[in-house]
Design a protein around this ligand. Structure first.
Ligand code: XUL
Ligand code: CO
Length: 436
């Protein structure tokens, strides 16, 4: 039984191909910066948008035409969907996928039954992983859809809900471990607030910290060595999400002794909602050793919400890949397409066009960034810009050899600072365009 009979395995045909069902730039075995593209880019398909997305929006009903769906959230449907997912991912040739527990398996009438259902579906996921060689990039728990999580999970005002969330994350980490997942993600869901008048922020954040420590303890106790990742997002669904951006997450990590436990999963549209560029969030995390993985998508300049579109902008992927290559790749993280086709793109084949486009756009950005790095012209401009720090007083400051009094003596003697050089922003922007 085939769910995508009109599509065969997507192959690399090169930039001259006019076949919309072929890669023009993503060539899994081609080497870039000493790694194959497959190893470097570690593309992942997300289960929620791709296999559970219905096209529903606040103004309209589902639009997606998914002939395999029977309209139910039954266990049988969940099991059948595993076949759909693995046929899709295998034909696409992406090496990874990821899920929330509730994407792959429905809830039962009690937590016990819910866990049993998840185990049944996980057994099938495992068999399909073994059959195809497709691996789990990360698992996560959906602690935001069910009404019990209306006030959040780890930061809920209701202690029972905290306990439920803990049980759910315990199980999701166990299943991630069972499926060989390389990471485990915590996106804040409803961890945040709508109104500070009814919120004890300190208490909520303390609870979140103990939740994370308990998650870590449990992971250790079962031998799960995958990387934990926080996924920053500033708003949606709450007006203020606690994991606002990379800086807020890192502050939380450091103030709560989680430095060795958690890194970050940076998502493009979340960065822009926080008023940052994706490159800023990547650079800020990477420079501190906390860039673990990325959720690749993009927003829309004219819409102020999380539209989760597929990335098609080569300038954006070049910026991403400049940071990613500088830190030597993302492994054990990867590039997960947390992106959905528009509700008007309702045919199954649109899922292929979307992913092929995203993968090609990243592969192209990677090739451009690799060339920029290899030719070293950009790096040379930056090195020269900071040359005053390489010797003399700059080197002494960086080495911690001088204090304010020494600097005053130095400047009183010198009288005036050496003139600064031009920032050359326009020249650099032109230079980047030469490679694109
Ligand atoms: C929500 C979001 C999530 C996380 C996983 O905006 O990005 O799908 O990636 O919970
Ligand atoms: Co995401």
């Amino acid at each position: 039984m085939s769910y995508f009979p009109e599509v065969s395995k997507i192959e690399f045909e090169g930039p001259d191909s006019r076949n919309p069902l072929a890669y023009k730039y993503y060539n899994a075995s081609e080497t870039l910066c000493g790694k194959s593209m497959e190893e470097l880019l570690r593309f992942s398909v997300c289960y929620w948008h791709t296999f559970r997305g219905t096209g529903v929006d606040p103004f309209g009903a589902p639009t997606m035409d998914r002939p395999w769906e029977d309209g139910t959230d039954s266990v049988d449907m969940a099991l059948k969907r595993v076949d759909v997912a693995f046929e899709f991912i295998e034909k696409l040739g992406a090496p990874f996928y990821c899920w929330h527990d509730r994407d792959v398996a429905p809830e039962g009438s009690s937590l016990k039954e819910t866990n049993e259902i998840l185990d049944r579906v996980a057994a099938k996921l495992k068999a399909e992983q073994e059959r195809t060689g497709i691996k789990l990039l990360w698992g996560t728990a959906n602690m935001f859809s069910n009404p019990r999580f209306m006030h959040g999970a780890a930061t809920s005002c209701n202690a029972d809900v905290f306990a439920y969330g803990a049980a759910q994350v315990k199980k999701a980490i166990e299943v991630t471990h069972e499926l060989g997942g390389e990471n485990y993600v915590f996106w804040g869901g409803r961890e945040g607030y709508h109104n500070l008048f009814n919120t004890d922020m300190k208490r909520e954040l303390d609870h979140l910290a103990s939740f994370m420590h308990m998650a870590h303890e449990h992971a250790k106790s079962i031998g799960f060595t995958g990387q934990f990742l926080f996924e920053p997002k500033p708003k949606e669904p709450t007006k203020h999400q606690y994991d606002f951006d990379a800086a807020a997450c890192l502050n939380f990590i450091r103030s709560n002794g989680l430095e060795d436990v958690v890194k970050l999963n940076i998502e493009t549209n979340h960065a822009t909602l926080a008023g940052h560029t994706m490159m800023h969030e990547l650079e800020y995390s990477s420079m501190q050793g906390y860039l673990g993985s990325i959720d690749a998508n993009t927003g829309d300049l004219l819409l102020g919400w999380d539209t989760d579109q597929f990335p098609t902008d080569i300038y954006l992927t070049t910026q991403c890949m400049l940071v990613i290559l500088k830190q030597g790749g993302l492994a054990p993280g990867g590039i997960n397409f947390d992106a959905k086709v528009r509700r008007e793109s309702f045919e199954p084949i649109d899922l292929f066009y979307a992913h092929i486009g995203g993968m090609d756009t990243f592969a192209r950005g990677a090739k451009i960034a690799a060339k920029i790095i290899e030719e070293g012209r950009l790096a040379e401009i930056v090195t020269n810009r900071y040359s005053s720090w390489d010797s003399g007083i700059g080197a002494k400051i960086e080495a911690g050899e001088v204090n304010f009094a020494d600097l005053e003596t130095y400047m009183l003697k010198k009288g005036e600072a050496d003139p600064s050089g031009s920032g050359r922003q326009e020249l650099i922007e032109n230079l980047i365009n030469e490679y694109i």
